[in-house]
Design a protein around this ligand. Sequence first.
Ligand code: GDP
Ligand code: MN
Ligand code: MN
Ligand code: MN
Length: 252
Amino acid sequence: MKFEAIAVENIPLIHPGDDLPSIICMNMELQDRDIVIVASTVVAKSEGEVFRLEDITPEEMALEIAARSEKDARFIQAVLSRSREVLIEKPFMLVTTLEGHTCVNAGIDESNIEDGFLLYPPKNPDVSASRLGKELERLSGKKLSVIVTDTNGRAFKIGQTGAAIGIYKIKPVKRWIGEKDLFGKILEITEEAVADELAGAANLLMGEGAGGIPAVVIRGLDNYCEEDISIKEIYRPEEQDIIKKGLRCLQK
Ligand code: GDP
Ligand code: MN
Ligand code: MN
Ligand code: MN
C-alpha cells in the first residue's frame, strides 16, 4: 500500500484575476482520481482578497478589543468583518468565521503577501474548491477531487497543521462506525478526518515560508466521491460543541 504526494512546481506569484486552474494544469499532468490540494493563500490572491491595512477603518468593537489586547485596531476590524462570533480575544483572536470555520484571526494572513497588505481567506472556500475542481476537470478531462487548505493551530497541542477549509468531490470524514477492529469488536465512535489528514500531508511539501509550493497532488488514494459534499459537514453542530460552550462561559 502506498500513495504519492507531488508538489506542483513553477507556479508564479499569484495576483487578483489569475487563472489558477490553467496555471496548475500547465505545470502538472493530472490523472483520474487525483486529489488536488491548493493553499487558500493562492486561491484568495486569485480571487482578489488582498487589502491594504491602511485602508481599513476600525469601528467601535474593533477599537475596544484592540485596546484590551494591545493589537492594531485595523487588523481586529478585518478579523471582525469575517467573523460571526469571537470566542477568545486575547492573547489571540479565536473566531468562528461567517462560513462556520473556527480558527485564529478568521484566517487572515500577513505572511506571503507584500508588506502593508492583508490577505483575507476566500469568502466561500467550498465554492472556490468546486469552481477550481470543475475547471481542472474540464481542462484535464479527468475526474478529480479538490481540497482548499489553510494552516491552522490546534487546541491542546503546540504546532500548526494543514487543514481543509473547502472541498470538492471528496468525503471529509471516513466513518469507521460499525466496522470491526483486529479483535472483531465493532467500532462505535471513530470518524477519521480524511480531508484534514490529506491537507496535513500536502502541507509537508508546501511549508509555511518562501517554498513557493501552493499546490500538491495526492495520487494513489481512492477518496474520489461523485457527490460535491460541503466542508460544513465537519463543523460540529452548535448544540454538541462543549468546547465552544466552555469558551463562552469564560467570557462572561
Ligand atoms: P496558507 O497555509 O494557505 O496560509 O499558505 P502559506 O502562506 O502557508 O503558503 C503555502 C505555500 O504556498 C508556501 O510554499 C508558500 O511559499 C506558497 N505561496 C504562497 N503564495 C504564493 C504565490 O503567490 N505563488 C507561489 N508559487 N507560491 C505561493
Ligand atoms: Mn493562512
Ligand atoms: Mn500555510
Ligand atoms: Mn487508534
